[in-house]
Design a binder for this molecule. Sequence first.
Ligand code: EPU
Length: 420
Amino acid sequence: MESLSIRGGIPLHGEVTISGAKNAVLPIMAATLLTSEPCVIRRVPDLSDVKFMGQILASLGAQVKFEGSILTVRAEKIKGVGDYELIRKMRGSICILGPLLARLHKAKVSLPGGCVIGSRPIDLHLKGLKALGVKLSISNGYVIATAPRLVGGDLFLGGRAGPTVLGTANVLMAAVLAEGVTIIESAACEPEVVDLAGFLNAMGAKIIGAGSPTITITGVRELHGVDYEVIPDRIEAATFAIAAAATDGEITLLGSRPDHMHAVLDKLREAGVKVERHGPALTVRRGSRLKPVDITTLPYAGFPTDVQAQMMVLMALTPGISIITERIFEARFMHVSELARLGADIAIEGPSAIVKGGKPLSGAPVMASDLRASAALVIAGLIAKGTTLVKRIYHLDRGYENIDAKLRQLGARIERVEES
Ligand code: EPU
């Protein structure tokens, strides 16, 4: 297993190109199952989660070819059984359920299971599919679904913590080939859902309203192949923006979508960070003084849960008290105890973390627990005095393309080392 060894204290400077969005490309890859024609996907990030999804599509019978950042999938003849060993590795794989049902009218997909950031149920996915006429049962750890006819319906996808991103994706992908009209109320509004709808419309689907809480889908008889470019990753962009402010450097993010980042950029500005926009490029640097801010994670267009851990590091540096409240995933504070090992003063009170900022951080070995916690530990390592060893970085490789190379290009002293 590999670790990252980081020598802290160097301000990051320079330009970094933002990769394609992991959470957009995963459901888009699943959507290729909806047609027998070839689909070309561009700006595909080189991530282990993307490779897993490629393996899942191949295990279902699709031809999958990666050429740099271009992925071609041809799902000419496919089967409807998703392998347990592959699916359990990645929660995003649940979004093959909708397309398999639309294409084959039956599917057997292993339950994705829990996860370190919270329980992550799929009841809303199943509720949405049932509303389209799908018969569902759970047996021996598999969801077994059949739908001799998929029929459009009206459904409400709001849950305890608001809408569901992959649940909306699953229902969208089933509804595009259903008979009649489907209306999803309380749909997720995330840019990744809009990107999936864009991909499906480019295949010949009829979807309107994506990006709003009401999505209307008029079913079509078949979909065709497509050539499509995925949106840039707003979470990767936010992570580099925070790293610029945290290290007191200046980074220009190339090829980002600032219009997908309003909540993060607004909070950064409130925290005293200077953000300048030049078209798709964003230049980020610390202002004269950092200020503590309170943050609550919310569904889009609120502050993303996927940036909560990274922002906590910036607040740990900032003199004063910040309160960070997690409203999407109840257990997403695994990074707190590791940040404490570096010297941060953070207490958890229910769904909130109380950050008493301004304590100096010093390097130590820390353990990455999930993707975004790992990113936070890397940022903390970049500012901590001495050397930080971030262990179990396979989490990072799931969602950040070449993060160590990109950071090195910005001046960071960061190396991959074999864990002893
Ligand atoms: N929820 C339910 N029932 C469901 C589905 C979700 O109660 O059937 C709850 C969840 O437990 C959570 C909330 O609804 O409290 C929102 O979960 P959601 O379904 O939106 O999450 P997801 O679709 O499984 C995606 C991203 C996550 C990101 C969340 C929230 C992918 C592959 N994953 O997960 O990304 O945090 O949306 O924005 O798109 C990451 O990239 O690090 C990551 C975890």
